[in-house]
Design a protein around this ligand. Structure first.
Ligand SMILES: [Cu+2]
Length: 185
């Protein structure tokens, strides 16, 4: 019987080359796309924060516009001849002179509720204002702005932008004997 000998054959040269040349798994692009995603998330966060700060700073904090104080004496606002409530501008007068585009902000500094209501016949309590003479007969000229703050409790504010020139009379619909004038030129 012929002897069988097993000789371990060295790996052929061609095999070696094949192994060496076998392609390596491509891992390089993975971290790159992860960084890209991270950068995009950071940019998105910065945009959201930026827009948030912009909106926040745009929000009016406190009183803006030309101030008018709605005042009364410890919540008392009786009809004439009493003079314990009214409207006054920063110099204490009931007449305010402004130019078109000006924002006027009324603040109720009194102890009871009030309104700032344009002398327009469709506004509440307009008819009763006539007996106190707080609105010109027929009300403000046609084409002028209309405004009505509604009930303003103590500390509340109301703003209106006057875009049309003219003489504006206004009153308080809760105390129609309270009246003020704004002259817009
Ligand atoms: Cu009032």
């Amino acid at each position: 019987m012929p002897k069988t000998t097993f000789i371990a054959k060295p790996p052929s040269a061609t095999r070696l080359t094949e192994m060496e040349q076998s392609p390596k798994p491509a891992e390089a692009p993975k971290p790159k796309s992860r960084n890209m995603l991270l950068a995009m998330i950071i940019v998105a966060i910065l945009v959201v924060v930026g827009v948030g700060i912009y909106i926040y700073t745009m929000k009016p904090t406190g009183v803006t516009g030309t101030p008018v104080s709605i005042w009364d004496t410890s919540g008392s606002c009786l009809p004439p001849p009493s003079t314990n409530c009214g409207f006054k501008n920063s110099t204490g007068g009931a007449i305010l002179r402004i130019t078109t585009g000006t924002i006027v902000t009324w603040t109720n500094t009194g102890g009871t509720s009030h309104t700032a209501t344009a002398c327009v016949s469709s506004n509440p309590q307009f008819s009763s204002t006539a007996q106190y003479g707080s609105c010109p007969s027929g009300g403000n000229a046609a084409g002028l702005d209309n405004f009505d703050s509604g009930t303003l409790s103590g500390g509340a504010t109301f703003s209106h932008t006057f875009n049309t020139a003219g003489n504006y009379s206004y009153y308080c619909s809760l105390h129609p004997w309270m009246h003020g004038t704004i002259i817009v030129s």
